[in-house]
Write a protein that binds this ligand. Sequence first.
Ligand code: F6R
Length: 240
Amino acid sequence: MKVIITENYEEMSAKAAELIISIVKNNPNAVLGLATGSSPIGTYENMAKDHRENGTSYKSVTTVNLDEYVGLTADHDQSYAYFMRHNLFDHIDVKLSNTHLPCGSASDVAAECDRYNALLENYKQDVQVLGLGSNGHIGFNEPGTPFDSVTHLVDLTENTIKDNSRLFASIDEVPRQALSMGIKNIMNAKSILVVVSGKNKAKAVKGMVKGEITPDLPASVLQLHPFVTVICDKDAASEL
Ligand code: F6R
């Protein structure tokens, strides 16, 4: 696991964007595994800026996202589909038809999970971007999720509901369930890029990088992947 420690969120975001842009430049047909949340927003801003200023093209890129809340349609402003359009897709030339997320409003959840797993078999991520939960989750794979899990329905923990409530009008509005890629789908990526910032993540970063490899801290599984880059600011790295 390669760990790059940056001064702050801005430097973390610039470095992460650089890495993704170089993958796209080397392979215009790249498959990008993407994440939502606060951590990658700056990365996406840098990608959009680079697209505007340097013309890096995403015309032939395919994207697959980690997860989506259950019960929210793609036009709900807290859905991850909306987040991705707002923070990235509307600002680059990716074809929306080449962007994929689990469908949170699917009536048949099991069939939706099967569909997404089959899609991931076709689109192996050249890079999977991850944020890190303060409890060590990746995607919505909460502590205790088996390492061989594939896309599945998740009951969010109180901890995650609380963490995510800052984006909703009230904690009662935060969905209680999500569809998430499983740990196996994440580990299938050819390379993995984790972006982490802030003191509240320091303990999880330590567990991910040098703790025991255990489902109790899902991100610790990344120690078993041959090509992982962690870009974290010095606050997030403070317990390393
Ligand atoms: C988002 C996701 C989550 C977040 C994690 C960190 O698609 O799957 O695992 O990456 O909860 O969230 P932030 O970046 O908001 O601290």
